[in-house]
Design a protein around this ligand. Structure first.
Ligand code: MEV
Length: 312
């Protein structure tokens, strides 16, 4: 049996903007998806998906998941036309939009195949295979999710719009940073939401460019503030990033409500994370007691799940 793991992720700055080549910052979180691969006599692949998930998530993603698994198997060059494989997915990552669940499963499956069939793939190749898998979930992934999932830690990421390799680097922080993450329980379609933003951008490039121009300096400031552990500034920038995402029309009333709850319970900043229009919100507590208070408030006011994580 081959085993592989992939981490969930949280985008601190730059979802959607990253699709158009702007830099973004993402952090791997502590929860992960685990894939187990065994060989079987029948051709093809079969799947037991036992990952914990928000209701409806797995059903909604099923068709995309099939394309994704086929993409990964093709990409690593595995012939399953005679002897097939059985894949089991589990782990403690609660699958929901915005937490990198699709990328985590792609990384986990690529690693489990690598383990079972001695494919000799290093992290770079695993990340490439997971990127092909991510294409199953939406045709034009930026690659930030699979990169954060493969490497963990804090990652500065820039997509190469000419189709070449992306630029990314791991950022080491002197002090770890904590997040409180709340799930709306609503599953969003990344294909749809990314497609909507693309259409709006094509219809009105000036509108998009104005928002993107502000974002460009925001993310640079965000990186500096993180390096200096200036959490107050990081929080302000997160909240402003959320407003820019509202302008892109990718927030929703549940996410806006969670942002308000987090801020009014002491968070230094809060924003949607990932695709938006459902999925997850991240907030930045100044310290552990504030984190407890924010988490309790979100739990009491409609969050499907609340997760605490640290990065850096
Ligand atoms: C999804 O987690 C992040 C998006 O920016 C899409 C992508 O980067 O591929 C919305």
């Amino acid at each position: 049996m081959g085993i592989g793991k992939g981490r969930g992720k949280s985008i601190l700055f730059g979802e959607h903007f990253v699709v158009y080549g702007l830099p973004a910052l993402a952090a791997g979180i502590d929860s992960e998806t685990v894939a187990k691969v065994t060989r079987k006599d029948k051709p093809g692949w079969s799947l037991d998906d036992d990952r914990p998930a928000t209701p409806g998530y797995k059903e909604k993603k099923l068709d995309e998941q099939k394309i994704s698994i086929n993409n990964i198997i093709d990409h690593v060059g595995l012939d399953i036309s005679e002897q097939g494989i059985h894949i089991e997915l589990g782990g403690n990552l609660i699958c929901a939009s915005g937490i990198g669940a699709s990328a985590a499963s792609c990384v986990a499956i690529a690693r489990a195949l690598n383990d079972e069939f001695d494919l000799g793939l290093d992290d770079e190749k695993i990340n490439e295979a997971a990127y092909e898998g991510e294409k199953g979930y939406h045709g034009t992934p930026s690659g930030i999710d699979n990169t954060a999932s493969t490497y963990g830690g804090l990652v500065w990421y820039e997509r190469n719009l000419d189709g070449g390799s992306p630029t990314f680097k791991r950022i080491e922080l002197d002090d770890p940073v904590s997040l409180v993450i709340a799930s709306t329980g609503r599953t969003a379609s990344t294909t749809e939401v990314v497609g909507d933003v693309r259409r709006k951008r094509e219809e009105n490039p000036e509108w998009f460019d104005n928002i993107a121009d502000e974002y460009k300096s925001l993310v640079q400031d965000g990186l500096e503030a993180l390096k200096q552990h200036d959490l107050k500034r990081v929080g302000e920038l997160m909240s402003r990033n959320h407003e820019l995402l509202q302008e892109l029309t990718v927030s929703c009333k549940e996410l806006d409500n969670f942002v308000d709850i987090a801020l009014s319970n002491g968070a230094l900043g809060a924003k949607l994370t990932g695709t938006g229009r459902g999925g997850n919100m991240i907030s930045l507590p100044p310290d552990k007691p504030a984190g407890d208070k924010i988490a309790a408030a979100l739990e009491g006011r409609g969050a499907a799940t609340v997760l605490r994580t640290t990065f850096g």
